[in-house]
Design a protein around this ligand. Structure first.
Ligand code: FAD
Length: 548
């Protein structure tokens, strides 16, 4: 480790003034006396995030060797493949979450967001988020949120600071022996004007609740005797932007919910509701094989979903088309969605699901490296004594995912393109990119990475083990009316296409496989049974149309 001595002694380079301000406010958690009683004999593994990556690692680490602490703004894990079912009343929100605190799991939990990492001191600076709302997604304009949540009269927001004053959490530092970064990603908007402020995103339970509530709200607004037929058309036009698996499944599930269940309650609105699925690509579900994607497109069209592929959304604002000047945020009215191809259309709700952008913690806080301990890197760098290069976390693109090696260890890079691999800092899931062959940003891949990491940490054979390799188990998508697609992986071990396997399964058969797969994959037995029970109840009594 000696040759890297000068790197460890490099002067502190502040990542941002806010970080320093935070750090001076922070208190350090004493793990021997506080509620977080970690065993001195065991390595303390701090896990950032309680999603597919963080939750899985925490449950699979051996309690004999490690004392895991999950730090996440969310005190629960979300089974994301069924989020569309919860938004459309097919499942209760509680059916798809697992609590992180669990009397059976030997895992500590701190409800907080990581703000920065000190590699030299091996500590994480955190901000408590116990009373904070909307913590997973980059917040929408706080002004809008305030009006939705507390009503226009509310003066709870501190106007100077741009957030509600009581949401600012306590700052503290948590030490680690090993660190796993699995903070996921946020929605990508491509800088489209008005989207961050006015669209709904779709990543967490709060997002799904907002979608369901808004659909119900739009129906109630549309039947008011004061609502004009033109406004009815706009309020009951639901736009989904992004025709990947999440957007397509959401369009299909909302279609079932609206056409099968809601229309029974609002016969006077027959023929008015409309669901449009927008994408810049020429087809939907473009990651599926050509024939499956074509089948999906034809099926969804025949079910009444308006497929608007090759459409470029230019902006989204409150107010009806033609409102001049543009209207302020007003949930009693429609929004206007403008595309290059069609101009302005009125919509009651726009859900934006066009892929991932990096979480602020990864894109901004993990940028420059202040100092890091020389014995924590595996590379045999031989820099000269007067070497002044500055180090940073190696990213896939400028502000992109953290680059990790085949053993999921985070890499650092200096200005001269040299790489150092951190021994005790790992990253996986949507916030990481494996340099030697990146699997897709899916729950399937994240789950495999998390299992692989926990297994090799438990066996203490990470360095000797072959690198992680992703095993494609196939992909599925629900496309409405109890029909689905299932793409079967048809490459053999050498990556050649097998002539014996079909490209995929479609229709009702695939839908049954979809149902069975997600019941099996649900984490706890309680939720497996609840999901199966609710789907059976839906057949008898229809979906839950209540508005929360
Ligand atoms: P996440 O599961 O997003 O978890 C991130 C965690 O980090 C969260 O707990 C969050 O609160 C926490 N966090 C955020 N910021 C901080 C911070 N600063 N400090 C500490 N913690 C923080 N994949 C499939 O394979 N199949 C599917 O059918 C499928 N369907 C999907 C449906 C939807 C609606 C969505 C949104 C995704 C779907 N995916 C699916 C993708 C899959 O959910 C993601 O790839 C997966 O969740 C990634 O796991 P992760 O652990 O990296 O991130």
């Amino acid at each position: 480790s000696a040759p890297l001595d000068h790197i460890a002694r490099k002067p502190l380079i502040p990542t941002s003034s806010t970080c320093l301000k935070y750090r001076s406010l922070a208190t350090q958690i004493d793990h021997t006396t506080a509620a977080y009683q970690s065993d001195a004999q065991k390595e303390r593994v701090v896990i950032l995030g309680s999603g597919w990556g963080g939750y899985t690692v925490s449950r699979r680490l051996s309690p004999q060797s490690f004392s895991p602490i999950v730090i996440s703004p969310r005190s629960y894990f979300v089974f994301t493949p069924l989020l569309t079912d919860a938004a459309s009343g097919s499942l209760d929100f509680s059916n798809i979450v697992e609590p992180v605190r669990d009397s059976h799991a030997k895992v500590d939990f701190i409800q907080a967001a990581a703000r920065s990492i000190d590699l030299k001191r091996k500590t994480i600076l955190c901000e408590a988020t116990v009373v904070k709302s909307g913590v997973t997604e980059t917040p929408r304009t706080s002004e809008n949120e305030r009006q939705v949540d507390e009503g226009p009269e509310s003066n709870i927001k501190n106007p100077k600071q741009g957030y509600r004053w009581w949401e600012q959490g306590e700052m503290f530092e948590v030490p680690y022996d090993k660190l796993v970064i699995a903070v996921g990603a946020v929605s990508r908007t491509f800088g489209t004007p008005g989207v961050r402020e006015n669209a709904f995103f779709f990543k967490d339970i709060g997002d799904a609740k907002r979608v369901k509530r808004r659909v119900r709200e739009c129906f109630e607004l549309a039947v008011l005797p004061t609502t004009s037929p033109e406004m009815q058309n706009w309020l009951l036009h639901f736009a989904i932007v992004g025709a990947g698996p999440t957007g397509s499944e959401l369009a299909a599930s909302l279609r079932d919910f609206i056409y099968k269940d809601m229309m029974r309650l609002y016969p006077a609105l027959e023929g008015i509701p409309k669901i449009s699925l927008y994408d810049v690509a020429p087809k939907v579900l473009s990651t599926f094989d050509e024939s499956l994607s074509r089948y999906a497109m034809e099926t969804m069209k025949s079910e009444g979903i308006d497929i608007k592929t090759s459409h470029h959304v230019e902006n989204l604002r409150w107010g009806a088309p033609g409102d001049r000047p543009p209207h302020e945020m007003d949930p009693k009215r429609s929004l206007t969605l403008k595309t290059k191809e069609e101009g302005e259309v009125g919509v009651g709700m726009c859900v934006w699901v066009t892929g991932n952008a990096m979480n602020k913690f990864v894109s901004q806080a993990l940028d420059k490296v202040e100092e890091f301990p020389v014995d924590s890197v595996s590379s045999s760098l031989q820099p000269s004594k007067d070497d002044q290069s500055s180090w940073e976390f190696k990213k896939f693109s400028k502000k992109g995912a953290l680059l990790v090696d085949g053993h999921l260890r985070v890499q650092l890079q200096d200005g001269k393109g040299r790489t150092a691999v951190l021994q005790d800092v790992f990253a996986l899931g949507d916030n990481a990119m494996i340099e030697t062959g990146a699997p897709p940003a899916t729950a399937q891949a994240t789950f495999q990475e998390a299992k692989w990491l926990a297994k090799h940490l438990n066996n203490k054979d990470l360095d000797q083990s072959p690198p992680f390799s992703f095993r494609n188990m196939g992909t599925m998508a629900y496309i409405g009316s109890e029909r689905a697609l299932m793409q079967i992986p048809h490459d053999d071990r050498n990556g050649n296409r097998s002539k014996y396997l079909p490209e995929g399964i479609t229709g009702r058969m695939a839908s049954l496989v979809w149902n069975a797969a997600y019941i099996t994959m649900s984490i706890s037995w309680r939720n497996k049974l609840r999901v199966a029970f609710r789907w059976t109840l839906n057949r008898l009594f229809g979906r839950d149309i209540s508005r929360f």
